[in-house]
Write a protein that binds this ligand. Structure first.
Ligand code: 4GS
Length: 247
């Protein structure tokens, strides 16, 4: 996969050289390039922003540097494309697990990050979709882009060590993760649930599913609303509700 980013603060992307993403770049599974769109300004002072027509507080990023930076990305690209272009904006669709999986299906993504200010509306004609990291205002889109890139790249083949560590995680099957333990079995009197050391794999799988369902029901009932259930899951959920009522 190829990822381009447009940002006024390219150095903010230094953390992308670390850890799993850094390894994916080193191995060549991911090519990652940040363009400082200030380099594409055509005005004397290299300004990237200007006052809003009609008045009001704050400045807006002007169209010209972003249009020309996208054109430069297309020129450098073998297919002459900027790929799927994502604009970081709090008015966009709130980012979730499904979006990460969907973005991972493109072979080229370009993220456009604003900083301090808003966008001239005409910038949006370059964009395939607007995505928000969440319902809060950041100083810039950079952290949002990094979160989205991180969550997306995990879905690429050969990025995570073993495929299972991606599929077993929270949200993969629409449920939160069950509790996990490693050695020692007794840590300062806190003992691992017996079933996990029983060696009975069927019982372990059932315990894990039930714990996942219980945690999701208690903490994130919204996740259960749009989800369909197997008979086993429905029965376990009924047990969970009965047990919670007895407590
Ligand atoms: C977000 C967000 C954001 C909006 C950038 C005001 C500076 C700021 N970007 N998800 N101007 N939430 N952007 O808050 O993506």
């Amino acid at each position: 996969m190829k990822i381009d980013v447009l940002s006024l603060f390219p150095k903010m992307f230094a953390p992308m050289q670390e850890s799993i993403i850094g390894k994916a770049i080193e191995r060549g599974s991911l090519s990652f390039n940040v363009t400082d769109f200030r380099d594409y300004t055509t005005n004397k002072h290299n300004n990237v922003d200007d006052y809003p027509f009609g008045g009001g507080a704050g400045m807006l990023l002007t169209a010209q540097p972003i249009f020309d930076a996208i054109a430069a990305i297309k020129e450098k690209d073998a297919a002459g494309s900027a790929g799927h272009v994502v604009l970081l904006d709090p008015a966009g669709k709130k980012f979730d697990h499904q979006d990460a999986e969907r973005l991972a299906s493109y072979d080229h993504l370009t993220f456009v990050c604003g900083h301090y200010e808003g966008y001239d509306e005409r910038i949006k004609t370059l964009v395939d979709e607007e995505i928000s990291l969440g319902d809060y205002v950041l100083t810039g889109g950079e952290l949002g882009a990094m979160v989205m890139i991180d969550a997306t790249v995990r879905f690429l083949p050969d990025v995570l060590g073993n495929a299972e560590s991606a599929t077993g995680d929270s949200f993969q099957d629409g449920l939160l993760e069950y509790p996990q333990y490693t050695r020692p079995a007794d840590f300062r009197g806190m003992v691992v649930p017996e079933v996990l050391t029983s060696g009975n794999h069927q019982k372990i799988a059932e315990w894990r599913l039930k714990e996942s369902l219980k945690k999701t029901y208690l903490r994130r009932p919204d996740l259960l609303e749009g989800r369909s259930f197997t008979k086993e899951e429905r029965d376990l959920l009924d047990d969970i509700k009965t047990e919670l009522n007895e407590e």
